[in-house]
Write a protein that binds this ligand. Sequence first.
Ligand SMILES: [Zn+2]
Ligand SMILES: [Zn+2]
Length: 244
Amino acid sequence: MSISRVLRRPFEVALDFALPPRCAGCGAVTAAVGLFCPVCWPQLDFLGGGCQRCGLPLEATAADTCGGCLADPGPLDRIRAAVAYGEQARSLVLRLKYGRKTALARTMAGYMQRPLGELHPDALLVPVPLHRWRLWSRGFNQAQLIAAALTRLSGRPNDPFVLQRTRQTPKLKGMSGAERRAAVQGAFALRPEVNVAGRHLVLVDDVYTTGSTADACARLLKRKGAASVELLAWTRVVAPARIG
Ligand SMILES: [Zn+2]
Ligand SMILES: [Zn+2]
């Protein structure tokens, strides 16, 4: 992080109060902080209903659990996201992560409160960690910013020090399911002083794609005795179902 960025921060905070709130999508002036304008709002595909476990849309024949979860439930007890992955949802992710528009974490968290209500009420929010080198180069972990914003909005506790990423993982894009699983195998560890036995945990991340990263975290936490591990993301890939 450059010195100019550090020095600029107090002024940015001050400007947040002085300037009118703007649409998180296009920057148009809106009535309140963290809202989308009438043009951007319809471009977001808000998720709800679906499989009680993975949250994906159900076939007409399915009751409350989809065929994929019945055949292979996976280590996550529930998966929820605010919106389906699309242009607008992706734009927020990229501007938060690479454009350093950290206020967008609050916008995302605002829309993640409703799906959070479907998860375990006593769960601890656990952001998916970055490797320390990536944390150092980016200056922040976007998942941790979102979890902290969720705590401020909902009062649910979060702990960014439960999990650590013990090695860098390659970009998973373009890999097969088996390759992804191999790439994240053993990449996470519990911090030595942490005990998750009997705890309910909600992993928090910005994007949920094939789930190999979240699955690796969930398997580790379950092995260490967690009572339940659920996942909450700002956005998720909805189709095709269970690609990894
Ligand atoms: Zn807009
Ligand atoms: Zn399912």
